[in-house]
Design a protein around this ligand. Structure first.
Ligand SMILES: [Mg+2]
Ligand SMILES: [Zn+2]
Length: 234
């Protein structure tokens, strides 16, 4: 009997798909750096992501136009578009899971012709020069995250009758719950530290070319031809 395994890749956005942390930079810029006073408490787990985001948003008073103009400077990982194609060609589900805000994620994806990707994030919009934040995703047990990536992975698994192989790619502390949950982890920066401290196995990566190479090596995709034809230097 053949058993099918559905491979699902969950990708962090800030600092992972986008080379820099867009959410942090946005609030840093439009709060004139005042959001920095929140970060130590957030990193130490004393301040929840929801409270942190709401306090950061309260520091911003600027036009929608200025915000989108600011967003135009951010670039995606150069290997990401070909990585998307590689997943598509192999029937791998690719989901963006972020504890940032959907409006800048969708804007930057659209600008890179990737507007079709599924995004699971907190909801944000600019209204009357204010950033309005809502939390459409409910967390059953996690009190730390806005939208808990670990719980989103668990929900995906519960919604799929076949066996699921979950792969998570991330770079920061907001990825901790996902690292506890996923079968295979790709980590850099703060997530690499977290995995090391908590004795979680992971693959180190710098960009999506590295991730593509590794999942080919692991046999999760059967051929790297497509990625190569799209300019990935595999
Ligand atoms: Mg990140
Ligand atoms: Zn969580």
């Amino acid at each position: 009997m053949m058993t099918t395994v559905q491979t699902a890749i969950f990708c962090d956005f800030d600092g992972t798909v986008a080379r820099r942390d867009v959410g942090y930079s946005l609030f840093h810029h439009f709060s004139s750096g005042r959001n920095d006073e929140l970060i130590p408490d957030w990193k130490a787990g004393r301040l929840s992501t929801r409270n942190c985001l709401l306090q950061e948003a309260a520091m911003v008073n600027t036009t929608e136009e200025e915000i989108y103009c600011f967003l135009d400077q951010f670039e995606l990982d150069k290997g990401f578009p070909s990585f998307v194609n590689l997943c598509q060609a192999h029937n791998i589900d690719l989901l963006i899971v972020s504890d940032g805000l959907d409006f800048y994620i969708k804007y930057l994806l659209r600008r890179n012709n990737l507007g079709h990707l599924h995004v699971i994030a907190n909801s944000g919009r600019v209204e009357n020069d204010r950033v309005i934040i809502e939390f459409p995703y409910r967390n059953r047990t996690c009190r730390k995250c806005g939208s808990c990536k670990g719980e989103r992975i668990r929900e995906y698994r519960n919604n799929h009758p076949q066996e699921v192989r979950s792969i998570f790619i991330g770079d920061g502390y907001s990825d901790a719950c996902a690292a506890d949950e996923a079968d295979v982890i790709f980590a850099k920066k703060d997530l690499e530290k977290y995995c090391t401290v908590h004795d979680i196995d992971f693959y180190r990566y710098n960009d999506f070319y590295d991730v593509a190479r590794q999942i080919v090596e692991l046999g999760y995709v059967i051929s790297d031809k497509l990625a190569r034809s799209n300019g990935a230097d595999l």
